[in-house]
Design a protein around this ligand. Structure first.
Ligand code: SF4
Length: 381
């Protein structure tokens, strides 16, 4: 079932399509900064944050808070509202870990946003290891009065990659959060990264297939990109990490979309950062470049979101419950199954491209140092 987006001529289930169908008008997200920090920064889950995260963004002088929650929403709405522009807005609790505070504080800031007359929903960016039952219960309460989406930063199912990224959480913690989120009837999205050093195309496909099995409301795909003042930026500058080029990234995004269920909303295809932050890849600065390349690749393959699901028996499997404990060499789904499936589809002439990169690594040598990263953009919570 495509929820109508295919009939509308789309090749994937865009966020804009979903929001228009759900709210009956153009809807935009407004980013809200509640001043939270992150357990992967303060020593609870780790020190210094993820390898790609600009920790300087946690400093008060760098946080673009712009006042109270209400004042931030007012300012953003004033900027965005225009004739034929968005008429309704979602409050997106975006920077840092937006469930990482005492329950009463969470209740206060969520309520301030939910009560704003221009807000029709809450989007809460967080980490999978930071979703205790009480917080999910609180969000379930809010979901009875407004639209609510929790976004979990996962990035990859592979243990070695999570370690390399210095995420400070596991795939198991994600599955645990997902089970408890589903139990409350809450919708959740998943943040994912393509191009993590050492991951092959099949590793990324294994992540895509695992996410296909957990019934996520939406996905946000990011290409790995580097911003200043992060360990990743140092690795890129030293030539120890190679970032995906545009064509590689577009092919991988299409691979990912092809095994993503049609019902799943595609919130983002790639990531970028402001020019003053971005170290690379340079193509990220053109915000439409990846979307254009992905659409061209979908047309070239005559493909669409979920196309490869129909014949993939692996998707009949139970949702992922096991850990990809062997990192790159094992996953909840058999890489061999994925490989056979790709081969089968190639033989059927359905997947001419995208299989070319099979087995290719997006290269890196090692992570250079142990201290601080930070929090711009990709990955989230
Ligand atoms: S990316 Fe998210 S989880 Fe990682 S350090 Fe930054 S805020 Fe924390």
């Amino acid at each position: 079932m495509s929820s109508g987006w295919r009939e509308a001529g789309l090749r994937y289930h865009t966020l804009n399509w979903f929001l228009r169908q759900t709210f009956g008008c153009r809807v935009a997200k407004v980013s809200v900064d509640a001043g939270f920090t992150c357990p992967n920064v303060d020593g609870t889950a780790g020190m210094g944050g993820c390898v790609f995260c600009n920790i300087l963004s946690f400093s008060p002088s760098r946080r673009l808070t712009g006042g109270s929650i209400t004042e931030q929403i007012d300012a953003a709405v004033a900027r965005l509202r225009r004739p034929r522009g968005p008429q309704k807005f979602l409050a997106y609790f975006q920077p840092a870990t937006n469930t990482y505070a005492p329950l009463e504080r969470l209740k206060t800031v969520y309520a301030e946003a939910a009560d704003h007359p221009d807000i029709v929903g809450l989007v809460i960016g967080t980490r999978p290891d930071c979703a205790p039952d009480e917080t999910l219960d609180l969000l379930a309460d809010f979901s009875r009065r407004t639209w609510v989406l929790i976004e979990y930063g996962l990035q990859t199912i592979h243990a070695r990659s999570l370690e390399w990224l210095r995420r400070g959480h596991t795939f198991e913690s994600f599955l645990d959060a997902v089970a408890r989120t589903h139990a409350r009837g809450l919708a959740f999205g998943v943040h994912l990264i393509l191009g993590i050093p050492g991951e092959t195309r099949n590793d990324m496909l294994a992540t895509a297939k695992a996410i296909a099995a957990v019934n996520a409301h939406s996905i946000k795909i990011h290409n790995l990109y580097a911003v200043h003042d992060t360990p990743l930026a140092d690795l890129v500058r030293r030539g120890e990490v190679r970032l995906l080029d545009l064509d590689e990234c577009a092919a991988l995004v299409v691979d990912f979309l092809e095994v993503t269920p049609p019902e799943c909303v595609v919130d983002r295809l790639g990531g970028t950062a402001p020019p003053s932050y971005l170290v690379g890849p340079a193509w990220c600065q053109d915000k439409s470049a990846l979307r254009v390349a992905v659409e061209a690749e979908l047309i070239r393959r005559d493909s669409w979101q979920g196309k490869m699901l129909s014949a993939a028996t692996v998707f009949d499997a139970e949702p992922a419950t096991a850990s990809p404990s062997g990192g790159y060499d094992s996953s909840p789904f058999s890489t061999g199954d994925v490989e056979r499936k790709v081969t089968m589809d190639c033989e059927a002439g359905q997947m001419a491209a995208g299989s070319e990169g099979k087995g290719r690594h997006t290269g890196c040598k090692a992570l250079g140092r142990e201290e601080s990263p930070g929090s711009v953009g990709q990955g989230g919570g």
